[in-house]
Design a protein. Structure first.
Lengths: 275, 275, 275, 275
């Protein structure tokens, strides 16, 4: 598996170039950044050279489309999606991620219908650029009732939904936090097929009942109680060999970037040594 | 438009042959019966001759699949579906209907996902036999809370759902009772496209608030307060020229079949004269 | 049916505004022009006012994507397609056309596969903007062998292909010239379903064997031997009520625009009077 | 990878029970037989016990549908397909194979369109039973001109076709003979994704120019010149861990079944030892 970083959990690490350089320095092989923004800064050739110089790949970029909103907003996003997909293809990036909030303010059934049509269209467009779409279910309990109508947050429901969408390039963005807050275990991973996993996030959770875990108070791998070794081992067993990106969404933003990177590196060293 | 009958509202009219004969006698050009059952009774040639003799067509048959149940039951239904579709094709029948209960005992989102996949598969199979699948939304208010989880009962949601299913041979079974209990009017029909309508039911409603109308206490066209002239005129405006079948679901089963047919004929004469 | 004009057969009629004005003056209700170009010239509001002032609609715009070429070119076209679809939606335009050359220089089977995937993606994108994609089969015999590999030119093959593409917003752009060069007659039209026709072109052919008719030497409605009355009557019978655009592709470009418009108006008057 | 046998190349090995018993005796873990026929002979429970007793799985069954023929024949096949799929599901079989002849007597483009629609429908039906459809391209040169119209025989065209079909449960049946007669090498396999391979056949070829190799004169693994070690190693590299079934289609039917099994076992031992 490939060690990856998102910007969540690395503090104020600077611009994309700084991020890539420091990620490399601490032994990471992938960063989750916006390929279009990179190209806008450094050009296609400049971006390729930058990535090559640091033996870095871009793991996954966030879908640049507001697929939950009104029609006009969604349509504007489509234009950005194509630009972004073209940029991704230019840099060899083949994963795009979208998270699914477990509740929202739109009636659940019509929202599912709308979301299905929109995500299918996004997937078809991404497919033209050989990019997979990774859907991330979000387990955090407080978010399930944060908005008026509960939506999808379970692994099994997400898999059925992906199957219903029907585009062959859609799969899971599997985050250890949501695996944990769903109360799942390694046997739930072992049952998956390798091609159902598009991208992986890791981060850890406080030693609290899963009902009390806040989505924006995650902690560093190894600092909490999630069985990350079991999580990654199971993914390995089913054949996942792609990027595993740390994503520590947290309100604690005071620490120094290099200190955090060092801490992250140690955590990855520890976990990866056991799988 | 073509005058049609279902067995609901014609009393104990006898076997399929009697039904066809009497329907013809009272000026109807279509009956909604099971083509497979007809063929099992009279053979393919016999059935064709029977229909030809009475200038009768079969309008629409009910989907012979329990698509709401467990996996094993659904799979068994698929076998019947193919048999039935083959029989329909043998008799030139090209519409199959399925009604959607407005609530049920399965969690709404997973149920929508499951139902979508199953109805899509049924539609694909029917498509091979050049048969359209007509989905009937059910507006009756008491049924919306009859079971644990509310499901789809609105026209607009049904149309979005049909679009999401994505098979080009799926459309509406549009019933005047559900149009009425949804509180819709003729302008809601005018906005539809002709190819969104696969089949049409008519029947009438008591002069009660729509919230109090029972699904199984419908009355004969003309006996109630539904604007059936407006209903059919609007369908005509958008180009619908297919079968309009009476379906009077009612607990009142005591009347004589011929009396009911006469009553139905008069009601059709009255309504059709005005459109 | 709605009287429409393309720029083929109206000489040097000036800019889009001139075209709209003169089309209106001669009794036409639709022009086939590029909505994006119109908006770039006059803005969204200005374009709407222009169309409103002359009671003009835009019938159909040409697909702004080179879907037959290499991958990079196709991808660039997608960006334009979204821009153009957004412009079309802003002006209420809901038809986009693509013609299919009856031969080309790519091996037929891989080309069909590639074209299917690309046109399906274009259709899905257009669908988001409520735009239909009209595929035009091209019957002209000399073009069937113009390039190395024969491709699709028959009505029935095109219909099967459209069905295979599987997007519900794809249909025919039905041109009288290709109907004629395919040796078809009115009974071939009567068999079609109304929803299979997205857009219609008319123009006429010299009194020559169909094998000798050149694609770029068409003549004005009424000047040739195509049974345009039968053509349009049959389309009316199956319920087509949309735009019928004249498209006289011809090497003869010398005549005055107004003379040509007058001629066209007379021809339309003559033909439309008989249907 | 799992050692498998088809009935091609094992002589007159007896009924399905004999086949299973002897396959087990010679160290094979899978047989490619018809699950419906097995159940018709031994019942569901009996079949399960039989397979369990010999630690045998069924690898892949042939599609019981004539998808190349006329409409009536195809429709009859659908009924069998569902029966067969249900039987397969009862025995845990999840692969169904169909070979694609490299030429036939139907015009290529309409045939591709028809075949796409039919195989997609078959795939959708199989998908309901969690069964994958494996399409086998056939490279044998003499078959490319055996019938009037050349069709698909290349790996890359087949992959594009599978992508166009658009059902996520369709992939390759990859046969070493067709890999060889296509003039491909290991690098062509390395480029594939694991989820593109559904099933694998091995057999060997005479030391002749690939143009002269006959489809029905294949030889036993190890007896010819195909680089089977490279073939299987490459499949292993991309993660294929499924069944590899021998299929020696040959006119030589005289040898004793057990002698052939022994020969096959030795060949598998030799090849598998090197991968």
């Amino acid at each position: 598996m490939i060690r990856g970083l998102t910007r969540a959990g690395v503090g104020d690490i600077g611009n994309d170039k700084d991020f890539i350089e420091k990620a490399s320095q601490y032994g990471f092989q992938a960063v989750d950044i916006d390929p279009l923004r990179l190209i806008k800064q450094y050009g296609i050739e400049g971006s390729r050279e930058l990535l090559l110089k640091y033996h870095m790949q871009i793991g996954c970029f966030g879908i640049p489309v507001d697929w939950q909103s009104d029609e006009a907003t969604f349509r504007q996003g489509l234009q950005r999606l194509i630009e972004c997909a073209a940029a991704a293809a230019d840099l060899g990036v083949n994963k795009c991620g979208a998270y699914i909030l477990p509740s929202n303010d739109q009636r659940a059934l019509p929202f599912l219908i709308k979301a299905t049509k929109r995500l299918r269209l996004c997937a078809e467009i991404l497919g033209e650029y050989n990019i997979q779409l990774a859907l991330e279910f979000v387990g955090s309990h407080h978010l399930r009732t944060q908005w008026k109508y509960p939506f999808i947050w379970r692994l099994d429901d997400t898999l059925e939904w992906i199957d219903m969408i029907g585009s062959s390039n859609v799969g899971l963005l599997f985050d250890s936090y949501h695996w944990h807050t769903n109360g799942l275990n390694v046997s739930d991973i072992i049952k998956l097929r390798r091609d159902q996993i598009v991208h992986v996030h890791i981060n850890d959770a406080y030693d609290l009942p899963i009902e009390d875990l806040l989505d924006h108070e995650r902690i560093y791998p190894g600092d909490g109680i999630i069985d990350l070794v079991g999580f990654l081992q199971s993914l390995k067993v089913i054949g996942y060999e792609g990027v595993v990106s740390q994503e520590v969404i947290s309100s604690n933003k005071n620490q120094d970037a290099l200190t955090l990177l060092k801490k992250t590196k140690d955590a990855f060293d520890y976990v990866f040594a056991q799988i």
